[in-house]
Design a protein around this ligand. Structure first.
Ligand code: NAD
Ligand code: TDX
Length: 337
């Protein structure tokens, strides 16, 4: 099978590429990535001779057409996106372009080349948020779309388009909506790697608001195994929620990181809250467990330890990233916060 992975030089996409090579060595993997600030070719360096890499924007009609013609994918897995909520609050437009128009462009080519199977990697953020004081409430696949940030609105728009291509054109599509991932190759602008990098440098640990917001964390490899099952055994037209059953307050994660790195909690600094900050995400993933037999393999304590160990062992990877343009981003976002 020829598996075309967009966004394969980013965090989850690259983990998915490694997962494919390990678990389906007979398949051919084609990676399409624009290499934005979030894409890193160094992540794929050890396996460049085992994959096809195309530096292409998913919005580029001509180039995507060429990629389909040359590499004849049997399935397309669309990870490519602008993915950081804070950046979407600063500059929404690129989110609309990549996350919506890019999705349409990929599906148009799936149609053109013979109704190729298409999987959309979506997010639990399309459901909006849940109250902190109702632990009984979880997002199911039937929860209405109700978004908060330009990021989540762009992802929800893409999901609606995917549904439209199913209904109108009969394109064989699936959608997965996953909770917060963590693990190797996570870009240091996101909570867990940012806190690890800052703590190691004895820099302040910027917690938004009171740190009471809750996220459900899933080790990235478990997200990859779920998507792998969906593209091979999932039912066309279905949406699958993917979650870790690991609801944790942000502040507790930051304290765990301090403890693991033997750094004082006095580094924790409460800063101005994110605009429109979602309070709590919690996923009911019983459908994928029941229908496809998926279960997460990694508990949060194991996964966090593995992640911290990975960042300690791979300083070259992230120190290179935070040494460049990232410094300007950091100063802009956190300088006066
Ligand atoms: P990321 O920001 O780490 O990586 C995104 C990748 O897409 C980068 O390699 C980037 O270069 C590439 N890209 C961006 N714009 C592109 C374009 N126009 N054309 C081609 N490539 C482009 O993101 P991530 O955290 O790995 O997220 C991957 C997907 O999973 C996204 O669709 C995101 O919405 C979704 N998701 C993420 C999480 C999470 O916790 N990180 C959770 C649920 C869903
Ligand atoms: O410096 C910080 N301080 C802080 O308190 C950062 C970067 C984040 N936070 C908070 C905001 C959130 O409540 O931590 C929580 C997690 O933040 P992010 O890592 O930015 O993730 P989140 O906004 O929850 O979105 C992530 O999960 C869903 C991904 O970035 C999305 O792509 C995915 O769809």
């Amino acid at each position: 099978m020829n598996v075309l992975v967009t966004g394969g030089a980013g965090f989850i996409g690259s983990n998915f590429v490694y997962y494919q090579l390990k678990n389906h060595p007979e398949d051919k993997v084609i990676v399409v990535d624009k290499l934005t600030y979030a894409g890193n070719l160094s992540t794929l360096k050890p396996i460049m001779d085992k994959i096809v890499f195309e530096k292409v924007d998913i919005c580029d009609e001509k180039e995507i057409d060429r990629v389909f013609r040359e590499h004849k994918p049997d399935v397309v897995v669309n990870f490519a996106a602008e993915s950081h909520v804070d950046r979407s609050i600063e500059n929404p437009n690129v989110f609309l372009e990549t996350n919506i128009m890019g999705t349409a462009n990929m599906m148009n080519h799936c149609r053109k080349y013979g109704d190729i199977r298409y999987h959309q990697v979506s997010t639990d953020e399309v459901y909006g948020d849940l109250p902190l004081d109702r632990p009984d409430l979880l997002f199911t696949e039937e929860t209405p779309i109700h978004t908060s940030s330009p990021y989540s609105a762009s992802k929800a728009s893409a999901d609606l388009l995917v549904g439209a291509y199913l209904r109108t054109f009969g394109l064989p599509v699936t959608i997965s909506r996953c909770s917060n991932n963590y693990g190797p190759y996570h870009f240091p602008e996101k909570l867990i790697p940012l806190m690890i990098a800052n703590a190691l440098a004895d820099k302040p640990l910027p917690v938004y608001g009171k740190g009471e917001n809750v996220r459900d964390w899933l080790y990235v490899e478990d997200h990859c195994s779920a998507i792998d099952l969906i593209i091979r055994k999932g039912k066309i037209g279905e949406v699958y929620n993917i979650g870790g059953n690991n609801e944790i307050h942000n502040i507790d994660i930051v304290k765990m990181i301090c403890e693991k790195l033997d750094k004082p909690e006095s580094l924790i600094t409460y800063v101005t809250d994110r605009k429109g900050h979602d309070l709590r995400y919690a996923i009911d993933s019983s459908k994928i467990q029941r229908e496809l037999g998926w279960t997460p393999a990694t508990t949060f304590p194991e996964g966090l330890q593995k992640t911290v160990d990975w960042y300690l062992a791979n300083k070259d990877w992230w120190e290179e990233i935070i040494s460049g343009e990232y410094q300007n981003y950091y100063e802009k976002m956190y300088g006066n916060r």
